[in-house]
Design a protein. Structure first.
Length: 172
């Protein structure tokens, strides 16, 4: 099982660290940016207090979930997380993936996801699952390139989402 220990998760360019309360405004701005928001299942603008309470719940609840802030050269550039662990920690979902609009197309998303996959594998996760909007070509290209394959598709509020999975034993 994963623990929330402080360990360096870095490839020399991008580092992942656990989110903190002081990241709340930045995380909110990234997630609520229309270019991000419309890529998720929930496309609504949620009140900041609701967002802050999600962070508070994460930080104060014992669970194997991990919610990371990605930094490049010490600057925050994005976020992503692991959650919904099953099969005694061998399978989990990942998501909440956003790179700051001004930091996109610089390779940070690819680096952050590779670090997350490698972190998950060394923490005992064998299979990582996610869902992606079928029209999100940038994310789909990246996920497929890193070893995710489609396992299903479903409709949510009239939009099509693809279920994807990576076998970490095979692709890391
Ligand atoms: C998806 C996202 C996280 C990718 O982050 P990023 O840092 O911009 O991605 P990278 O720079 O690492 O690029 C990854 C790949 O996508 C390609 N790419 C990135 N932006 C692109 C664009 N606007 N158009 C076409 N290709 C693009 C890159 O060329 C790269 O492919 P390559 O390595 O084969 O050349 C980012 O676009 C984002 O935050 N989008 C909004 C939120 C979102 O869609 N989250 C995912 C929900 S499932």
């Amino acid at each position: 099982m994963l623990t929330r220990d402080a360990q360096a998760i870095s490839d020399g360019v991008v580092s992942l660290r656990e989110i903190s309360r002081s990241d709340a405004e930045l995380l909110y701005a990234w997630r609520m940016d229309p270019g991000s928001r419309m890529m998720f299942r929930c496309t609504e603008v949620v009140p900041f207090d609701f967002h802050r309470s999600m962070i508070e719940q994460y930080l104060t609840t014992a669970s194997p979930d991990r919610w990371f802030l990605a930094e490049a050269d010490g600057r925050p550039v994005g976020t992503l997380s692991l959650y919904n662990f099953t099969e005694r920690g061998r399978v989990c979902e990942w998501g909440r993936f956003v790179i700051a609009p001004e930091a996109r197309c610089l390779g940070y998303g690819r680096r952050a996801l590779k670090l997350l996959m490698s972190y998950a594998r060394t923490s005992g996760v064998h299979r990582l699952k996610c869902e992606v909007l079928a029209t999100n070509t940038v994310a789909l290209h990246l996920y497929r390139d890193l070893g995710f394959t489609q396992t299903g598709r479903h409709e949510h509020d009239g939009r099509c989402f693809l279920a994807m999975m990576a076998d970490l034993d095979a692709c890391i």
